[in-house]
Design a protein around this ligand. Sequence first.
Ligand code: SAH
Length: 257
Amino acid sequence: MCLRPKDPQWNQALDDNVASQGPQGLSLRLGGMRVKSAIYAADRGRFTRSRSRLVSRLSEAGIEDERVLEAMGTVPRHTLIPEVLWGEAYKDQALPIGEGQTISAPGIVARMTQALALTGDERVLEIGTGSGYQAAVLSGLVASVVSVERIPQLAHEARKNLDTLQVTNVTIHEGDGTCGWPSSGPYDRILVTAGGPELPEPVLLQLKVGGALVGPFGPRDAQQLLRVVRQDQKRFSQQTLGACNFVDLIGEHGWAA
Ligand code: SAH
């Protein structure tokens, strides 16, 4: 069962964590833009031209947030997928990562990251770690990321890969992300990277007032990317950003396993 706001542990969990800050990434100034990245020393030298072509395509496709473009040009996506697929790493497509799951396509990662409207200080919850790619992109743009993955094997692999990239401000937990991760909340932003039938209420309640959630919801054949803003304790506003196609969000407030 998810923790609920009326459970005594919920407030406890929130109180304990409001004051605690995740570790901060290193800040560097690259080409005039602030992107935190000790991170990518590991494999930056490879596929640099493929990455800059990807950034040009993303820009042509309407990604305008310079920090998002910088982050997309920095994260070595190939290091988060099986080596046999490296030749495909910088095409705009989802790719298999095992366990029947996929790494999201760069285009949708960029769109969703841009829709979060990040300024650099946010504490972000990601639901669906998968390969860790989206978390790596976020890591350079925010203060800290808490990412939840339901498949232990993927959570381990992602942790290992993010360690190699020296990403220090992402914490990965195994569990049902449709319950959110209340013990580290509330969050400035929440990103859901698997498609659920409807907005999971416990997750919404872990959003700070003024904060935004972005994620795919609706019937499997008609998923919509939603952006939800918490107006006050009780009111949320919702905007539709377009059709999309994600793997299932499976859990107590998602699809059945
Ligand atoms: N953000 C990922 C996308 C992975 S695909 C990336 O950049 O690679 C979506 C992921 O969500 C899958 O790994 C799937 O196992 C996971 N998932 C599905 N339901 C979940 C749930 N209830 N809680 C946590 N993770 C979930």
